[in-house]
Design a binder for this molecule. Structure first.
Ligand SMILES: Nc1nc2c(ncn2[C@@H]2O[C@H](COP(=O)(O)OP(=O)(O)OP(=O)(O)O)[C@@H](O)[C@H]2O)c(=O)[nH]1
Ligand SMILES: [Mg+2]
Length: 483
């Protein structure tokens, strides 16, 4: 992580972004000199307040109140008529002294004012997510809440937003605190047993111990299962279209997207670059990618397309294997088709697969149904025609049912992102070592305690500590400047 993050200086950035013109643009300044230096770039319109700011008489300035002000350029010329608010520590987002300047939302104005602040006060432009990092460092937010801030800004579904708000309110901590407490008690009971180990009394009730351990394991498992079932609806699903050239991948892609996004032609090898588009299927976000048809080809560009198409499978959660029903119906053509089905299935591994038998308007449904049952594809095949629309509803329903549990509304997740899931899975691994050891009669207290402690460390990563640099790096690299 950049050493800037750990400095105790004053930082400035646009909170609303420098890439859009909008009604207003807001700059934030945070750090020890934020309040004291504010008079160097804003001149309050109210005479009294202006004098107070100039003499740094902050006791007489209203906090968290919007003052009308002139905003000054680096040469003290007025460059905007704006508003400014003062947030003394610790009652600010970052927990430090903060100033917010509301400007007209022209990026040029914002850039000039940032330049003025940097030049005239010695503040430096903030790193990604540095305001949130400071909030974390000052104990205003724990790591799961920092992630919630990021999620709140970047969520693309209403479920994602709901989850982010819940997480921001401290839901993760409310979930893990009792678990940590229970684990601590388990360690304490092991230590007590250890203290009495030279005597012939057994103070530890093993069956109770195991019951408590299982209760923790059950809660962790449930949290992971809940997260897994709600995650697609929360974050969306990546879907790739693969198949042999001319199977109608691009046509199907366009129909689902609702516009002629991808070029369609009867020439084999039309699509080369991966074409991406997002759609919502009753609220389920799908990130679709249309790819090049897969075949052996001597065309350099096309074979690059084929390579990308194969890579795309790796990044997908759902692979739609588009098959020309006419081709599937011809016995002579089945060898390359079967080879493709085999290759894609192998590459897809654990990913979900749906075989879409397209162009049924040109094929024989009975023959296709036979093909499907002969090749054991009944549970994940759909017969469609992208041109007549036949079977498309069924395909959409099938996609939804792969990802959206019917009782979704009842699911209230305890964890909210992959990183948190990984930490819980790690903790679960440690705790299952403990239960395995007890089951096999290895009742060495220190050994058991070590694994429980490791589980606690893994769980504590959910709320995080300032020492876990790799984790911080991972989280803050996703942030934008000014957050
Ligand atoms: N009759 C019929 N023709 C279709 C259907 N879907 C696609 N086609 C036609 O099949 C041809 C190939 O369609 P594309 O969508 O370009 O096929 P593709 O799989 O993307 O092909 P590549 O990009 O070359 O790999 C075009 O002429 C489409 O009009 C369908 O359901 N029925
Ligand atoms: Mg195509």
């Amino acid at each position: 992580m950049d050493k800037n993050y750990f400095a105790n200086d004053t930082i400035v950035a646009s909170a609303t972004g420098l890439n859009v013109r909008s009604a207003i643009g807001v700059l934030r300044v945070s750090g020890p000199m934020a309040l004291t230096d504010a008079g160097k770039y804003v001149r309050l319109k109210s005479k009294n307040a202006r004098a107070n700011l100039e003499t740094r008489n902050f006791d007489s300035i209203r906090t968290r109140y919007l003052y009308r002000c002139d905003v000054l350029s680096r040469d003290n010329a007025i460059i905007d008529d704006g508003l400014v608010a003062f947030f003394p520590a610790p009652n600010s987002y970052s927990g430090e002294d903060m100033v917010e300047v509301h400007l007209h939302g022209n990026p040029l104005i914002q850039r000039e004012v940032i330049d003025s602040i940097v030049h005239n006060t010695g503040a430096r432009p903030a790193e990604r997510g540095e305001f949130s990092f400071r909030a974390f460092r000052n104990g205003k937010l724990d790591l799961s809440q920092v992630e919630a801030v990021e999620a709140l800004i970047s969520a693309e579904t209403s479920l994602g937003l709901e989850a982010a708000v819940k997480s921001l309110s401290g839901a993760v901590k409310r979930f893990i605190d009792p678990i940590q407490e229970d684990l601590k008690n388990l360690i304490a009971s092991l230590e007590l047993e250890l203290d009495f180990s030279d005597q012939d009394v057994e103070v530890l009730d093993w069956s109770l111990f195991e019951k408590k351990l299982q209760s923790v394991q059950g809660r962790l498992r449930a949290a992971v299962v809940q997260f897994d079932s709600i995650r697609p609806a929360m974050n969306g699903v990546t879907v790739s279209f693969v198949g042999r050239p001319n199977a109608g991948k691009s046509t199907l892609f366009n129909v689902l997207v609702g516009e002629e996004r991808s070029i369609v032609s009867q020439i084999e090898g039309t699509t080369r670059d991966v074409i991406r588009e997002q759609i919502y299927l009753d609220g389920l976000l799908l990130r679709l990618s249309d790819t090049a048809g897969m075949r052996d080809t001597s065309d350099v560009i096309e074979s690059e397309g084929v390579k990308r198409s194969l890579e795309e499978i790796k990044d997908s959660e759902l692979v739609l294997v588009v098959i020309d029903s006419g081709e599937a119906g011809r016995t002579s053509a089945s060898a390359p088709l079967l080879a493709l089905i085999k290759e894609v299935s192998e590459r897809a591994g654990e990913r979900k697969l749906i075989f879409v038998f397209n162009k049924i308007d040109n094929g024989d449904a009975l023959v296709i149904k036979e093909f499907i049952s002969n090749h054991d594809l009944v549970s994940n095949s759909v017969i469609v025609s992208s041109t007549t629309g036949q079977g498309l509803l069924e395909l959409q329903e099938k996609i939804k049912s792969e990802f959206v549990a019917s009782d979704l509304l009842q699911i209230s997740p305890e964890i909210f992102c992959q990183r948190q899931r990984e930490a819980l899975v790690q903790a679960m691994g440690r705790l299952s070592i403990v239960s395995d050891n007890i089951q096999t009669g290895i009742q060495e207290m220190d050994l058991l305690a070590i694994d429980i402690r490791s589980a606690m460390v893994a769980i504590s990563e959910l709320s995080g500590s300032i020492d876990s640099e790799a984790i911080l790096e991972h989280i803050f690299s996703n942030f934008c400047i000014g957050k």
